[in-house]
Design a protein around this ligand. Structure first.
Ligand code: ATP
Ligand code: MG
Ligand code: MG
Length: 370
């Protein structure tokens, strides 16, 4: 059976590995970390940096196709691999997604709406008239996640101080919008005619980190359909092959704004593991292998809750509180050390409707925190 390669051995790589193996593939994980969540489950774990030539050569020689679990791998590594082996997502797609300036320019160039933003590539860029962009959020253009590398600013002076605080690196200054909700759409695209779209998730964040996803999202059918249309349009513009996640802001007037994209399965798509006919990781395997995407239908309303390191004390949390519930599915990532804000696992609550799932999910979350 064919070997698939993945750059990155975090939880997304682990869930990809589990899906691939269940489907009869073998998996090679490239990750420098000896304790990476995916490394131990993979058939082969190459411990090396993501740009180490010898490691990339080995992947190209032994794998039928290679993917990635995060957008911060060097796009050049994907380009190098693509000369010899099937790679998805492409180096071009990843390089757009790993730089907020390129990302926002690309999305608006495709005729889709983003929040008003300015590219801040040097302190001088903050001497312009910032009025239309304040109050705003100054975000590092590269490497930020879970709200890290972001500072909220009200005035030009605050923006300048924040730029210095972020090390003077390239940023975007984005207008802070009034949000009614946040939603996301995950699509799987194997070719221009083979595309599948998962149901829309409604996402709630706590301290910049995804906290819960509610599916179906509590938006009008028109808003949900519009989000799916926008995601498909963007993927088409990018000629995207693979799994693509698109995060949206829902403003008061429902005129959707794209926040950012991820060229991979997404935390807000973990509900698909238990509530859909196929998971987003199965779709990653299928799109990588040139198979058509599987059925994305929702089998049950669901709420996903992230488990952060915050609830670890001297002992592991009392998982029996979750496992004793017949409609709750627990997923732990096998990370050895818990830290505040670190994603350690998640659980899905299935119910007849999203509101019932949400109230049970929040009750269970409360209980774990107690
Ligand atoms: P992720 O872990 O999703 O990659 P990130 O660090 O890239 O996160 P963003 O998605 O840019 O961060 O922002 C994190 C959260 O901050 C958003 O989900 C939203 O709740 C809030 N936020 C970001 N930008 C804006 C904005 N322009 N207006 C209002 N809220 C915003
Ligand atoms: Mg992000
Ligand atoms: Mg985000």
């Amino acid at each position: 059976n064919a070997m698939l390669g993945i750059l990155g051995g975090g939880q997304l790589g682990r869930m990809f590995t589990m899906a691939a193996r269940a489907m009869g593939y073998r998996v090679t994980v490239l990750d420098p970390d000896a304790d990476s969540p995916a490394g131990g489950l993979a058939d082969v774990h190459i411990r090396a940096a993501y740009d180490e030539r010898a490691a990339l050569d080995r992947l190209a020689e032994t794998c039928a196709a290679v993917t990635t679990e995060f957008e911060n791998v060097p796009a050049d590594s994907l380009g190098y691999l693509a000369q010899r082996v099937r790679v998805s997502p492409s180096a071009e797609s990843v390089s757009i997604a790993q730089d907020r300036i390129a990302e926002k320019r690309y999305i608006s160039g495709a005729g889709l709406q983003v929040a008003p933003f300015l590219a801040i590539e040097g302190a001088g860029d903050l001497d312009r008239n910032l009025e239309g962009h304040l109050p705003g959020i100054l975000k590092l253009a590269r490497l930020g996640y879970d709200g890290k590398g972001q500072v909220r600013v009200k005035t030009a002076e605050e923006a300048k101080a924040a730029f210095a605080e972020l090390g003077g690196k390239s940023c975007v200054l984005e207008r802070q919008l009034n949000l009614k909700a946040e939603i996301s759409v995950i699509i799987a695209r194997s070719s221009p005619t083979e595309v599948a779209c998962f149901p829309v998730a409604e996402n709630q964040h706590e301290s910049g980190i995804l906290d819960v996803s509610i599916v179906p999202a509590r938006v009008t059918p028109a808003v949900a359909a519009h989000a799916q249309e926008m995601a498909l349009k963007l993927a088409q513009a990018m000629d995207y092959i693979g799994v693509l996640a698109v995060e949206f802001f829902v403003p008061d007037d429902d005129d959707l704004v794209i926040n950012e994209i991820a060229p991979r399965p997404h935390n807000s798509g973990h509900y698909t593991l238990d509530a859909c006919a196929a998971s987003q990781f199965e779709q990653q395997v299928r799109t990588l292998c040139g198979l058509p995407p599987a059925d994305t239908r929702l089998l049950s309303p669901v709420v996903m809750v992230n488990l952060l390191g915050d609830i670890w004390r001297d002992d592991e949390p009392a998982w029996d509180k979750l496992l004793s519930q017949p409609n709750v599915k627990l997923h732990l990532y096998g990370k050895k050390t818990a830290r505040i804000g670190r994603k350690m696992g998640h659980f899905n609550v299935l119910a007849d409707d999203a509101e019932t799932a949400l109230s049970q999910a929040l009750e269970l979350k409360q209980m774990l925190h107690a």
